[in-house]
Design a protein around this ligand. Structure first.
Ligand code: AMP
Length: 308
């Protein structure tokens, strides 16, 4: 099974209590595809500028990620600068430069057309919608977004949500999107915009899976929460959310059926990938991870959450 993902491929300047890194490889589609590549085939749609060279390309290639759909344009790649000096759970954005993404016209390579899974990673909702419309036959569509797009591009974002099966966002974004402070009510409101499932990420505290409630009001039984692994040190939270989404959706794509058990395990795999992502700056940790390390940490999660 293959996932096509559209989203930012970027250079990030990041400051955390552990230090500062200038222009390291980042972007939502980058972090997502690296994490998902441990579970299934991944194909990326994005645009980069002349500053994206063989060193950056090699990070994708080493993980076997298909980069045919990463277009080269004249100009600079997407650039983001953020810090986490006050709160490791929430980035403070200092600068966002869309650069080549500002005039990007996504094209779907023929070799991507048989993808059964589509992930609309964080980028302008107008681009997310175009890719969604160009791939009408996919089996399952999930997506992400962030405060930047919720705040100033809400009408376009609502059009994207109509075409989603699963939305993966954090708790602040859920409340902001719904305009409600109760998370459970906000989750139901967000699902009324389209997605039948919502995965709410709680940073270092884990994630909750919500299903659209039925007329019988069975929503409580269909809500599932998994903790995050308590980590001694978080070096850089950038990409944790996208790595969570990559582990979650990559695992779903590797399974024949979307059963409740598969969804629950997918949340665990998402948490596993998120926990690795924060251990080093940028893509450093996940790009050098092994499948054995993933399986070991999955077992740690099982022990952490086991009752008897
Ligand atoms: P997260 O997983 O939520 O920490 O996302 C981190 C990535 O999001 C960074 O590598 C950034 O390059 C990327 N990013 C930041 N702002 C935006 C934006 N407005 N649109 C798309 N991607 C973004």
């Amino acid at each position: 099974m293959a996932i096509t993902v559209v989203g930012s491929v970027a250079f990030d300047t990041i400051e955390t209590p552990s230090g500062r890194r200038e222009r390291c490889l980042g972007g939502a589609a980058t972090h997502f595809s690296l994490a998902a590549s441990f579970f299934t085939d991944v194909r990326v749609i994005a645009v980069v500028g002349e500053d994206f060279g063989p060193e950056q390309e090699a990070v994708f290639k080493t993980r076997g990620i298909n980069t045919v759909g990463i277009e080269r344009a004249s100009g600079k790649s997407f650039f983001w600068e953020g810090s986490y000096l006050e709160n490791l759970n929430e980035a403070k954005t200092h600068n966002t430069e869309l650069n080549v993404f500002g005039s990007f016209e996504p094209k779907i390579p023929d070799s991507y057309r048989d993808s059964e899974y589509l992930f609309l990673a964080n980028i302008d909702p107008v681009l997310q919608k175009r890719v969604r419309e160009a791939m009408p036959d996919v089996k399952l569509v999930a997506g992400d977004t962030m405060n930047y797009w919720i705040k100033d591009h809400k009408p376009a974002l609502l059009e994207v949500l109509e075409g989603l099966d699963i939305l993966v966002i954090n708790d602040t974004e859920t409340r902001m999107l719904a305009g409600m402070s109760s998370l459970v009510k906000a989750a139901q409101e967000v699902m009324s915009y389209g997605p039948r499932m919502l995965v709410v990420k709680h940073g270092e505290y884990g994630a909750t899976l919500f299903h659209k409630s039925s007329p019988k009001g069975e929503s409580a039984e269909r809500t599932f929460r998994a903790p995050a692994l308590p980590l001694e040190e978080v070096v850089d939270p950038t990409g944790a959310g996208d790595s969570f989404a990559g582990g979650f959706f990559g695992y779903l794509a590797s399974q024949p059926h979307l059963t409740p058990g598969v969804l629950r395990r997918a949340i665990f795999y998402g948490s596993v990938m998120g926990s690795f992502a924060v251990e080093k700056f940028g893509t450093e940790r996940i790009a050098n991870l092994t499948r054995e390390e993933i399986d070991e940490r999955f077992e740690m999660f099982r022990v952490l959450t086991h009752l008897d």
